[in-house]
Design a protein around this ligand. Structure first.
Ligand code: ATP
Length: 435
């Protein structure tokens, strides 16, 4: 009930110097003017630079009617998570320069009760979820979590919330996604239709989380593995046991973005090092080149497995026993310009398979390059693109590096002769605030 009127947005006003100005909200002024207007400004020339953080401009205004009327206190218990290890490490600055002034303007008194957490390790979000978020949501308390992370923050939250049996009083927390990771697939896929006026999720921050019109359930899938599967951590130097499904006892991991094996999983795994991370989003392309053009001049590896897809309750085997690209996704865009599944609509809960068999490095580059042209790869005769209800891979590889599976950026190595099965998850654990 905090905000009673939907915001009106004057997008991309621009000013005399060519700077790009987007108004995201206006609230009743506390200083005698008609309203206080919150805008984002990108300097001229920075619109196409995804790493350029917009400046938040807060101004008194006598011409603009308030678009929202926040209560003095927020009705939700609000937590802000600043993931210091995400992307190129901008979450802290983004919080200070953009998020904090907006929260102070919207809730001049209430914001002092908001709890801010800075990640100190790769397990901080899991610990917060176990210790605070799950018990609070289970008690039926409204919870808003503002995430300054990449996709990894969401997967940690989802896995933590699904780790324990849900109580009848469970109330799905709402999450505000602020894209501070590298690829930010979920954020870009949710906002694919308003990409021209990118607000870094700050418009969603101003919306009322208890207004059903602005919250959507987050679609989730579950990956179940054969017993020897292990999560690779610390640049694959360590391995960890996965959480277990309480019913089947199988290792499981939940995701919201992508489950993949073969070329996609290998390049995500190979590029997840501190050295590669310095290159931001380019790390994926760099690792792809290394995988597709091995130094000894040999062709790219043909990945061996039996792959089946689920339609309704029928598993249908694919005819090929060798593969290059095997990927199931619940989002349209794996990066802002990389449209992996053009038929996926934001948060529609569909799961799509993208598949092709062994080919040369040049052909693989050509086909995946078409994904940067609005998803045209799915029209290529080489590519199998179909909606599925599940995906199962039974691995026939001797070497562990060819048995690496990617679940939303996390890497799981399956044992020799092992398997992975992906299915849509029905439970509603988290809602996303959408603009
Ligand atoms: N202080 C920290 N020390 C160690 N690890 C951290 C710390 N803060 C965050 N991490 C870890 O860094 C990773 C960041 O993942 P996240 O997905 O948020 O960003 P990203 O990988 O850059 O973006 P994307 O997944 O969108 O490409 C997570 O695994 C998280 O647990």
């Amino acid at each position: 009930m905090a905000n009673s009127i939907s915001p009106t947005v004057k997008a991309n006003d621009g000013d005399a110097s060519g700077n790009n100005l987007t108004t995201i909200a206006s609230v009743p002024s506390k200083h005698g003017a008609l309203s206080t207007v919150i805008s984002l400004q990108l300097r001229a020339g920075e619109e196409k630079d995804d790493s350029a953080v917009p400046e938040v401009i807060i101004k008194e205004d006598n011409q603009t009617q308030p678009s929202i009327r926040p209560h003095n206190t927020s009705d939700e218990e609000t937590h802000v998570i600043i993931s210091t290890g995400s992307g190129t490490g901008k979450a802290g600055i983004f919080y200070e320069k953009a998020v904090k002034p907006i929260l102070e303007t919207l809730w001049p008194e209430g914001h002092t009760n908001f709890l801010t957490h800075r990640t100190e390790s790769a397990t901080t979000i899991q610990e917060l979820t176990n210790d605070i978020f799950f018990p609070t949501a289970s008690a039926g308390i409204s919870l808003r979590i503002v995430l300054l992370t990449g996709d990894g923050g969401v997967i940690d939250l989802v896995n933590g919330l699904l780790a324990q049996p849900v109580s009848p009083t469970y109330r799905a927390p709402t999450v505000v996604l602020l894209p501070l990771g590298t690829a930010n697939a979920l954020y870009h896929s949710i906002n694919v239709e308003n990409a021209r006026q990118d607000t870094w999720g700050l418009k969603a921050l101003c919306l009322n989380p208890s207004d059903e019109a602005h919250r959507r359930p987050l679609p989730i899938f579950t990956a179940s593995f054969s017993p020897g599967a292990r999560l690779l951590t610390n640049e694959a130097r360590d391995e960890e046991v996965l959480p277990q499904d309480p019913k089947s006892g199988r290792p499981i991991l939940h995701g919201t973005v992508v489950a993949s094996w073969a070329m996609h999983a290998s390049l995500v795994a190979d590029s997840d090092t501190a050295e590669y991370r310095k290159f931001g989003i380019d790390r994926f392309k760099m690792a792809a080149k290394e995988a597709l053009y091995p130094a000894d001049g040999s062709p790219p590896h043909p990945y061996r497995a039996s792959v089946s897809v689920l339609h309704g309750s029928d598993w249908q085997p694919l005819p090929e026993e060798e593969h290059m690209y095997v990927l199931a996704t619940m989002v349209s865009n794996l990066e802002k310009p990389f449209c992996i599944s053009p038929k996926t609509k934001p948060l529609d809960g569909s799961l799509w398979l993208v598949h092709f068999g062994p080919t040369s490095g040049d052909e693989a580059m050509r086909v995946m390059g078409l994904a940067y042209a609005g998803g045209k790869h799915v029209e290529d005769p080489m590519v199998r693109y179909e909606e599925v209800d599940g995906l199962r891979i039974e691995f026939h590889e001797d070497e562990g590096k060819w048995r690496r599976v990617c679940i939303d950026g996390k890497i799981v190595r399956v044992e020799e002769g092992g398997w992975v099965e992906i299915r849509k998850e029905e439970r509603r654990v988290l809602d996303v605030i959408v603009e």
